[in-house]
Design a protein around this ligand. Sequence first.
Ligand code: SAM
Length: 260
Amino acid sequence: MLTELTPLFKKPPLYTKTEIPFWDDEHISLQMLNAHLNPNYDGASRKLEFIEKSVDWISKILPSEHYPSVLDIGCGPGLYTERYAKKGYRVVGVDFSHRSINYAQMSAKRKGLPIDYFYQDYLNLSLDKKFDFATMIYCDFGALSTNDRKQLLKIISLDWEHETELKESLKVYFQEQKTVHEAAKKESAKKHFEFRQREADTKEMVTTKKRPNGVPLSEDELKEEKERLAFYKATARDYLLRYKQHEKEEKQFSEYLKLL
Ligand SMILES: C[S@@+](CC[C@H](N)C(=O)[O-])C[C@H]1O[C@@H](n2cnc3c(N)ncnc32)[C@H](O)[C@@H]1O
């Protein structure tokens, strides 16, 4: 027993690949598929709401009228490919899980979506086609070794014919978002101070049990003012949180703009 266990504790050299066909394993692929298809869980794919937003964003940056064909690398059961097809793209998906590819093919057929799926290792991709752009979603690129990343990029061989156009539309989008968050940040700050002022005025009434004109508050009125105070306090806090979130987003889009 000990002789069988001991080798398992030996640390493998860095970037050693598993011998196990991880994505095609009977048990793992079933659990993965369940996780992909759960709209409220982001263990294998992002949550459905995020996927919808991502596809909307992609189709805004790379509209299908100008970039009609897309390759989705590691497409899983087709959560993105189907949405691309509905947005008018010609779509090809590749994945190394039989279970996911089979599911994706059946789902596309059921929905009448003309998507081509291939069971292939994207590190040895052989497709006799050219695409306007490719997506690889959910951190898979980051999980590859340096050599595998280089290999994948060589295979994909980016078509820089669209570089200037793409950068221009990204610039417009990032600038738009920066402006939106800047305006929302200012509005949140205004509202925050407005509610802080209301909170202070109401607190004064609750503490003195009098209106600003000196008229005493009845029991019922005092109770009402206390409730109002709690509401103003919570609303002021909420606007402060919104302010911080918009500030963060504004900074993020400024950083993105610097990258272009
Ligand atoms: C984390 S999942 C993401 C799936 C999909 N992009 C999504 O976000 O819904 C990673 C996917 O990449 C596939 N995959 C992993 N290695 C692959 C390889 N070498 N070739 C093709 N597909 C691969 C897996 O089968 C799995 O479906």
